[in-house]
Design a protein. Structure first.
Length: 114
């Protein structure tokens, strides 16, 4: 996903900015998962974007960023002032973004999120 694509997407007032695509992921989730910081920045700036939309396995976009240790995205998210859904509903172990970052050895991400 390119920032040009996202920028074009966001210029259309009737476009479904939260429309789920592959594996039920939203554009924001895809951008977080693939560490597309420029796309995440654009999406976080648009109030139509539901930053806490979960995919079919219950992961939030921030959860995906933390799981992969994408520090620039976590920092960008914090700076944006947008909501931060750390959880993964339905997870038997109640693992949230902080827990998954710890589990995957992403200690700098843990520090940022705490």
């Amino acid at each position: 996903m390119s920032s040009l694509y996202v920028s074009t997407l966001l210029t259309h007032p009737d476009i479904g900015v939260n429309k789920k695509v592959q594996d039920e992921d939203t554009p924001l989730m895809c951008a977080c998962d693939f560490e597309s910081t420029s796309c995440v920045r654009l999406l976080l700036q648009d109030s139509r974007v539901n930053v806490n939309e979960h995919n079919e396995d219950g992961s939030s976009p921030l959860y995906c960023a933390a799981q992969e240790g994408h520090l620039d995205i976590i920092k960008l998210w914090i700076a944006s002032g947008r909501e931060m859904d750390l959880g993964k509903p339905g997870d038997v172990d109640k693992t949230d973004a902080i827990g998954v970052a710890k589990k995957n050895g992403k200690t700098e991400g843990v520090t940022l999120l705490e």
